[in-house]
Design a protein around this ligand. Structure first.
Ligand code: 1QQ
Length: 386
């Protein structure tokens, strides 16, 4: 009798360490930038995630069980992203994580989730190699390889006389390095000349040296891979020092939070996007309507991608819950089953219909190019071009 009690006590202690039950509501981690310059993107991601939580729970959650988003600020650097992931995994015991904001952070934080066997959906990690970080890492953000060439081709359509292209990029950021590689390959593949390549840092504020080199190179197109704060200042300084041609910006320019930085000088900027409010799918049209009602503006790409990330988790959890109620699962087992189900499913999201390949790379059908039109110094919009 005594031995049985001791045995079950040991079992209970071991059990508490190894087998954790799934909590309800079901916790999903959101580790994006809520502070730092990177929050120019992160604010939009939080807006998209909040709307997803609201709509998913209004429709009955996961078979009657609500979801609960747990936010941890991943800020702008690698260490903050690692800490956010660790907190979500060990303290908050989430079933999966949407995050971090930057590819630069994903290369540092995703291996933590991979080792702990927690599924991660990258909401805005577009550098080459993200899904290959591990079996538990997938993304809802289409890679630079499929998006970047579209904006460049649009620039050539608007100005077929373009011959000499100046390339600028932030050399301390993994996404910017990855994207400029694709831009440079595309420039050469289009038979154009790379007139100069100028490097900067995401923390720089003065780009006089680089802009002077671009002007000296007599470029008729400038293509920039950087983040929003540095990128906005590059555009401003290009115009102030007299550059008159077209500018193509990469994914780091994909936010209206850029507008207060480059102000009227943002006008005319071309940016390719993995999302458009005009995408005609029924799911997107509901999303656009609800987003406008809640925030009084059109949903931007980063909001739509974060929404898609939360939705994919919820849709996959629903399939699992139909086989065995979520509350009856061991947390570790559920995380593993969830990872498998994410890769097996097909999802009708605001980004259109999504699937993943076996590595966790997104398979998405529609892409768009927008041109910035500034209304006044600080407000403007992305106008989608054909
Ligand atoms: C990446 C990006 C950034 C522009 C996201 C905000 O695409 O880091 O991969």
């Amino acid at each position: 009798m005594k031995r049985v009690v001791v045995g079950s006590l040991i079992g209970a202690v071991l059990g508490a360490a190894s087998a954790q039950k799934v909590e309800t509501p079901v916790a999903i981690g959101i580790a994006v930038a809520q502070t730092s310059n990177v929050s120019l993107f992160g604010q939009e991601q939080v807006a998209g995630a909040r709307l997803a939580e609201k709509l998913i729970n209004a429709r009955g959650g996961i078979g009657g069980t609500p979801i609960r988003l747990v936010y941890q600020d991943a800020a702008g650097d690698e260490n903050s992203a690692i800490n956010a992931f660790q907190n979500l995994i060990t303290k908050e015991r989430v079933v999966g994580i949407v995050g971090p904001t930057l590819s630069q952070q994903a290369f540092a934080a995703d291996p933590i989730a991979e080792r702990a066997k927690i599924p991660v959906l990258g909401p805005s990690n577009t550098a080459k190699g993200i899904p290959q970080i591990g079996n538990y890492i997938a993304r809802v953000s289409a890679p630079v390889t499929v998006i970047a060439p579209a904006a460049l081709k649009q620039a050539l359509k608007l100005d077929p006389k373009i011959k000499r292209v100046a390339v600028m990029y932030a050399q301390n950021d993994a996404f910017s390095v990855s994207e400029t590689g694709i831009f440079q390959d595309t420039i050469k593949a289009q038979g154009l000349t790379v007139a100069t390549v100028q490097k900067s840092q995401t923390t720089d504020t003065d780009f006089t040296t680089q802009v002077t080199a671009v002007l000296n190179a007599k470029a008729d197109l400038v293509v920039i891979s950087a983040l929003a704060a540095d990128g906005g200042n590059i555009i401003k300084q290009l115009r102030q020092l007299g550059y008159k041609g077209l500018i193509v910006g990469g994914n780091g320019f994909n936010t209206t939070n850029l507008f207060p930085v480059c102000q009227k000088d943002c006008d005319g900027l071309l940016v390719a996007q993995a999302y458009s409010p005009l995408q005609s799918g029924a799911t997107n049209q509901v999303f656009v309507k609800e987003y406008r009602a809640l925030y009084k503006k059109d949903p931007p790409q980063f909001a739509a991608q974060a929404y898609a990330g939360v939705q994919v988790f919820a849709d996959a959890l629903r399939v699992i819950d139909r086989k065995k109620k979520l509350a009856q699962w061991d947390l570790g087992d559920l995380r593993a089953a969830l990872n498998k189900q994410i890769l097996a499913g097909k999802y009708n999201t605001p980004l259109g219909e999504l699937r993943f390949d076996k590595e966790g790379e997104i398979n998405q059908k529609e892409f768009f190019v927008a041109q910035v039109r500034m209304k006044d110094a600080k407000t403007g919009s992305f106008v989608f071009v054909k």
